[in-house]
Design a protein around this ligand. Structure first.
Ligand SMILES: *[C@@H]1O[C@H](CO)[C@@H](O)[C@H](O)[C@H]1NC(C)=O
Ligand SMILES: *[C@@H]1O[C@H](CO)[C@@H](O)[C@H](O)[C@H]1NC(C)=O
Ligand SMILES: *[C@@H]1O[C@H](CO)[C@@H](O)[C@H](O)[C@H]1NC(C)=O
Ligand SMILES: *[C@@H]1O[C@H](CO)[C@@H](O)[C@H](O)[C@H]1NC(C)=O
Ligand SMILES: *[C@@H]1O[C@H](CO)[C@@H](O)[C@H](O)[C@H]1NC(C)=O
Ligand SMILES: CC(=O)N[C@H]1CO[C@H](CO)[C@@H](O)[C@@H]1O
Length: 442
């Protein structure tokens, strides 16, 4: 009895000593469960295409050096939900390091050319969430990474949003913690503002993302807040209602990297709006973005050579001077932000972007596709040919009346809509716009 109660209290002590505050989103910021604002200082961590969170020896070596670097977050792109992640996750937690993890894999990601959000994808995303929700240092989930890269890819955006809707609903139905669910976007100047607004827009927060993030390589070498383009990124976030951060950054031309952009991101112009940055990437590979290496590379063709000739396991050694430069930057940058209790969110969701040919080919107010609903390119092409724009006058006209109309559209879908042309006749202009957009998903 005595022994077991001693053991029990030792176990309780051990677990409370290693407890890490959890992360949630409130308004446009992240907070720890201690009530402090959370700013991400992260590194992208994917040593091979395989899951990097199953080898506890490797995680311990990397985690210790990441702590020295000053990182508090890793981003992992691909995991195996059937693996045992408990050792790696507790090692990172002990070093104060959180995880943002992508729910998709190469086989389940949303494809921009033929977008789907179906049961196969949903089940696979659920398995990743089921596994990682149990760890207190899981800070967030991505439903996609760079799914859209052109204006005409915007037809895939409703599928991204539908995935977030369903994963949020799944998270809540399972009673999981409200781990934020978001998206990691390619930095395409013509697409970004519309996409950013689209994923947050609408009055129904169950259908909006919990955060947005950007893979941006705009600041290269000696630059500044203005010349890098960061000032323009900033112009589009000052009224944003959900957290936003850099989910990848760290231009590597010219070398060496000095990471002076970190001073801008964590400085007074940007830190009121941005929640930090994830540096691409931990391991040195042929693309030259590494902060560490595990040893000299070998010819990729040599017998038993690791992928591309780069050693993928072992003791990490800092790449000089990039590692030290980043560490030195981060050391001086520790914004405290605002406490959760002092913060009252005041921004409302942005307006849903209107259809704009070649730039944003979705009526932002249209009902989201339901699970399994597929995209009909033939119907879409008749709309891009001008039907929607000419019948409704303009994209913004198409958006009017949406909040009531999208409900109608959703029920039309349930009852099945045979011929768009017939259905459209006799509808109000606003509803026509909504229906035209809606029928793309039928
Ligand atoms: C579901 O989506 C995935 C990814 O796009 C695709 O590979 C798969 O064929 C789809 N499955 C069904 C049943 O439609
Ligand atoms: C989509 O846009 C890209 C560049 O913006 C263009 O190269 C491509 O042809 C377009 N695709 C379609 C189907 O319009
Ligand atoms: C908000 O969206 C969710 C998920 O699509 C839906 O179940 C719910 O009915 C919507 N709420 C309102 C008020 O429209
Ligand atoms: C985004 O910011 C640019 C300035 O950099 C501005 O011209 C544009 O209108 C903004 N777009 C949106 C949707 O806010
Ligand atoms: C795990 O990592 C250690 C340390 O780098 C390495 O020696 C070992 O081979 C790895 N194990 C596997 C199964 O890859
Ligand atoms: C900003 C910064 O830390 N720059 C340093 C990066 O590393 C080089 C080489 O050691 C130094 O010369 C820079 O001062």
């Amino acid at each position: 009895m005595k022994t077991s109660s001693l053991l029990l209290s030792a176990a309780a002590l051990a677990s409370s000593a290693s407890a890490i505050a959890t992360i949630s989103a409130k308004g446009a910021k992240f907070f720890t469960s201690d009530g402090n604002q959370f700013f991400i200082k992260g590194v992208a961590y994917q040593l091979t295409p395989d899951d990097p969170l199953v080898n506890s020896t490797q995680c311990a070596l990397d985690s210790a050096l990441m702590k020295t670097l000053g990182a508090n977050t890793i981003r992992v792109y691909h995991v195996d939900p059937n693996g045992d992640h408990s050792d790696c996750m507790s090692t990172f937690a002990d070093d104060g390091i959180y995880l943002f993890v992508d729910l998709d894999t190469f086989t389940t990601q949303i494809n921009p050319d033929n977008p789907t959000w179906n049961q196969t994808q949903y089940s696979a995303f659920q398995k990743v969430m089921d596994e990682f929700q149990q760890f207190d240092n899981t800070a967030g989930f991505f439903v996609g990474n760079e799914v859209l890269t052109t204006g005409n890819n915007s037809i895939a955006a409703p599928y991204v949003k539908a995935a977030a809707r369903d994963m949020k609903s799944y998270r809540d139905s399972k009673g999981y913690r409200t781990i934020p669910i978001g998206y990691s976007a390619a930095d395409i100047a013509s697409l970004r503002p519309n996409l950013q607004n689209y994923l947050a827009c609408g009055t129904n927060t169950s259908e909006a993302l919990d955060f947005f993030s950007l893979n941006a390589y705009e600041w290269c070498g000696e630059s500044s807040y203005t010349t890098s383009g960061y000032s323009q990124l900033n112009e589009n976030v000052t009224d944003y209602n959900i957290p936003i951060f850099f989910s990848e950054t760290g231009c590597n031309t010219p070398a060496p990297r000095t990471f002076e952009d970190q001073a801008a991101i964590f400085g007074s112009q940007m830190d009121p709006y941005w929640s930090g940055a994830i540096i691409y990437e931990w391991i040195e590979e042929s693309n030259n973005y590494g902060l560490i290496s595990y040893g000299p590379s070998v010819a990729a063709t040599a017998t038993d050579a690791p992928p591309d000739g780069y050693t993928r396991t072992g003791t990490p050694t800092p790449i000089s001077p990039d590692f030290t430069n980043l560490s030195n930057q981060w050391k001086t940058l520790s914004p405290s932000g605002i406490s959760a209790s002092a913060y009252t969110p005041s921004n409302s969701p942005p307006a849903c972007p209107a259809y704009t040919s070649a730039l944003w080919e979705v009526n932002g107010n249209v009902a989201l596709p339901t699970l399994g609903q597929t995209y009909d390119a033939q119907v879409q092409s008749s709309i891009t040919a001008g039907t929607a724009a000419s019948k409704t006058g303009s994209g913004s006209a198409a958006a009017t009346g949406s909040s009531t109309a999208s409900g109608a559209a959703a029920s039309a879908s349930a009852s099945g809509m045979a011929s768009p042309g017939k259905e459209i006749a006799g509808m109000g202009v606003g509803l026509v716009g909504v229906m035209l957009g809606f029928i793309w998903w039928l």
